[in-house]
Design a protein around this ligand. Structure first.
Ligand code: NAD
Ligand code: MG
Length: 299
């Protein structure tokens, strides 16, 4: 894909090609390494401008897709990064780790399952111990499984989606807050689904609505302590989430074509929103959800 960096003057319609991904399937959570076409996470293009020098970030779901692009961008901006992901995603995590180390920053690998409450606590403990400090938390991990027929949406799926997508955020954040000095930033990955729920993503969309709401409430709660809480709401971004049952297979070839830009977004196009919310330049931005969705209107 393109080698042009994010600072180059360019036409957003054509910055990345309009892709028509072949129908494909991977078992959840899938691997970026096996995704076709390969998503652009900024390895060849993201240029840092020193906006996170000396910072220490923990990012969940950092092995692939949006989390990987955010981890690469944070490292190029000068931050050390702890990466959480599921143990089966080691191959993707090693790739991101190598890119971070090439940028001259520390990468710490902390695999584990966020649906386990004790792991959420352990994760924060280990991130603080390894990085020496924590001042950015990105709650990005999530699962999305499409179900065509409402009666087939099982108790297990409903609970499991809530465990990972919102209970995990609450648990990791609660464990992290006592460690966060004033100036810290918490950023949650929500979705356009919070405003415009797809009929095949009822459980997923409900968790994203909850994340938006939690962000606005906790933002007010922590602001007096100098900790800012915000969210990023992506639209259709080409990631492995979509092929590990995140979308009905017949929708893959036209994924993202219905946006005003006419194409799916690439993970690296999301990363600058997280950099902005993590850095002190957004000091007066709290409880905000930044939409990065190719032009779809949201309320
Ligand atoms: P992705 O599959 O690359 O990333 C999701 C990550 O979540 C996985 O890599 C995995 O490490 C992690 N994860 C899932 N279950 C976990 C668990 N139980 N414990 C620990 N980690 C777990 O896909 P992505 O699209 O980059 O997704 C990142 C975030 O962006 C998610 O919250 C997703 O809901 C959100 N999002 C994505 C899109 C999109 O179009 N791709 C749109 C809106 C929102
Ligand atoms: Mg992954």
């Amino acid at each position: 894909m393109t080698q042009q960096n994010q600072l180059t003057f360019q036409d957003p319609v054509h910055r990345f090609p309009k892709i028509s991904p072949p129908k494909q399937d991977q078992p959840e959570p899938g691997l970026d390494a096996d995704l076709e076409p390969t998503p652009d996470r900024g390895e060849e293009s993201y240029v840092g401008t020193g906006r996170l020098v000396g910072r220490h970030a923990l990012i969940t779901g950092a092995d692939s897709g949006i989390g990987a692009a955010v981890a690469i961008a944070f490292a190029r901006e000068g931050a050390d990064v702890a990466l959480n992901y599921l143990p089966s995603e080691e191959e993707d995590a090693e790739h991101v780790c190598a890119v971070i180390r090439d940028a001259g920053q520390r990468a710490v690998l902390l695999p584990g399952d966020l649906s386990d409450p004790s792991f959420c606590r352990q994760l924060v403990h280990d991130a603080v111990a390894e990085l020496g400090q924590l001042d950015i938390l990105v709650n990005n991990a999530g699962r999305q499984i499409a179900v065509e027929n409402f009666e087939d949406l099982s108790d297990d799926q409903w609970s499991s989606t809530f465990e990972t997508n919102i209970h995990g955020i609450y648990r990791v954040t609660r464990a992290a807050v006592p460690h966060l000095p004033p100036g810290s930033s918490i950023i949650n990955s929500t979705s356009i689904q919070a405003y415009d729920p797809s009929p095949v993503l009822l459980d997923y969309a409900a968790t994203k609505g909850a994340i938006n709401n939690f962000t606005k409430g906790l933002g007010q709660h922590l602001a007096p302590r100098g900790i800012r809480v915000n969210a990023v709401a992506p639209g259709p971004i080409w990631t492995v989430l979509q092929v590990s049952d995140g979308q009905p297979k017949e929708k893959l070839p036209v994924f993202g074509h219905d946006t005003p830009l006419g194409r799916a977004g690439q993970p690296t196009e999301i990363a600058p929103a997280f950099v902005f919310l993590a850095s002190s330049e957004s000091s007066y931005v709290i409880g905000e959800t930044l939409n990065v969705n190719g032009g779809r209107p949201t309320p």
